[in-house]
Design a binder for this molecule. Structure first.
Ligand SMILES: [Fe+2]
Length: 367
């Protein structure tokens, strides 16, 4: 991590053509230019900039086709979670020669991908630190490819890249990162002392800096803290996976195109309330990191205060929507619950079981 490190990207790649995956908006505002200019001095570069929000399997296949045509020997993912997730899947497919249909799920991508460098331009997804690529398949369903082969060889954290972000994106991606830390800390079976330490460090950094990052765009120290926090939360949930909040958020992205961070913000307090019986003591442990004033309270007070403090942060940074604000009505809750049940990969990590009926009730509470 350092200001300007993205311009040194060429030093992290092997000789030979590079597939550079980004999105059209980042190119249009010129954010990719310093890195691309530097890169072109050393490498032939094929740029794939057609990554969309909630990236599709089709985007990955198009990126792979371009990479193959260019003879790419390495891949760069430059942007938010979407370009990074496409780059991860494309690097794997180009290197391994596998078919994409056979690698969805956990541990099914067993080949070797091309060398991969990820450069996040938001402080949120933590995708630069995880072995997960989330793609939209068949128009609405979110599917994950999860395997060690998807880890990047290098993640370059450059706070300068995040200074031009609009406030609502800083806010939503920042909450996403906080949810990664929280869900890693309460992950049911794979919670472990190392991911706990990383999650706590991440949540403390994110909670202490998210308001400043949103309100003072030029505050580089806050941007650096957010980028570091998002990365550490990514390392935490790469080892102790996320759970119910994400499981219920994904159908909102798939069916209503609610941005991922905002979808998490919508579901967060309601899933935490559902989890309280089992996860309360863990939420109590995290509470002073989010609001130091909660420290003297008992376990129950801290756990309740934790949820309230998270809602207060979301409101302060301009995120206090209800499902109704993003076009979801009461009649949609049953369908969303059905869709959430497809996210068993995530639901199994939740500290409390979420049945279809629970999911429907949680969506209804968020209306
Ligand atoms: Fe997330």
């Amino acid at each position: 991590m350092r200001n300007g490190v993205a311009e040194d990207i060429g030093a992290f790649l092997p000789d030979g053509p590079v597939l550079f995956v980004t999105d059209a908006n980042l190119r249009a505002i010129g954010l990719t230019e310093p890195a691309l200019t530097e890169l072109r001095e050393w490498h032939d570069v094929a740029v794939f900039d057609a990554v969309e929000e909630d990236p599709s399997e089709a985007s990955v296949l198009a990126a792979v086709a371009l990479g193959r045509e260019a003879g790419a020997v390495s891949v760069v993912g430059f942007g938010g979670g979407s370009p990074m997730d496409v780059a991860k899947a494309a690097a794997y497919l180009l290197g391994s020669g596998d078919e994409i249909a056979g690698i969805y799920g956990v541990g099914r991508a067993r080949g070797e991908g091309l060398p991969l460098v990820l450069v996040p331009t938001t402080a949120g997804t933590g995708s630069e630190a995880t072995s997960i690529s989330i793609l939209t398949v068949g128009g609405t369903e979110k599917k994950g490819i999860v395997a060690p082969a998807l880890y990047a060889d290098h993640a370059l954290l450059d706070p300068l890249l995040t200074t031009g972000l609009p406030r609502h994106i800083i806010a939503a991606t920042g909450v996403d990162a906080m949810v990664h830390a929280i869900e890693a800390f309460t992950s049911r079976d794979l919670k472990n002392p190392l991911s706990d330490l990383l999650a706590k460090e991440a949540l403390g950094l994110l909670a202490a800096n998210i308001r400043t990052a949103c309100d003072a765009p030029g505050d580089l120290a806050a941007r650096e803290a957010m980028l570091r926090g998002a990365f550490l939360a990514g390392v935490a949930f790469a080892n102790a996976p996320v759970a119910g909040v994400h499981a219920l958020a994904y159908p909102l992205g798939g069916h209503f195109h609610v941005p991922h961070g905002l979808a998490n913000t919508l579901m967060l307090p309601h899933v935490l309330a559902h989890n309280m019986e089992a996860a309360g003591p863990m939420y109590a442990e995290l509470a002073p990191l989010v609001d130091p004033a909660l420290a003297p309270l008992g376990i129950e007070g801290r756990a309740q205060g934790f949820v309230e403090a998270l809602v207060a942060i979301a409101a302060d940074i301009g995120l206090s929507p209800r499902l109704a604000d993003v076009g979801v009505g009461a009649a949609d809750c049953a369908m969303l619950a059905d869709e959430a049940m497809k996210q068993q990969r995530l639901l199994v990590n939740n500290p409390v079981a979420i049945t279809r009926e629970d999911a429907r009730r949680i969506y209804e509470a968020a209306l």
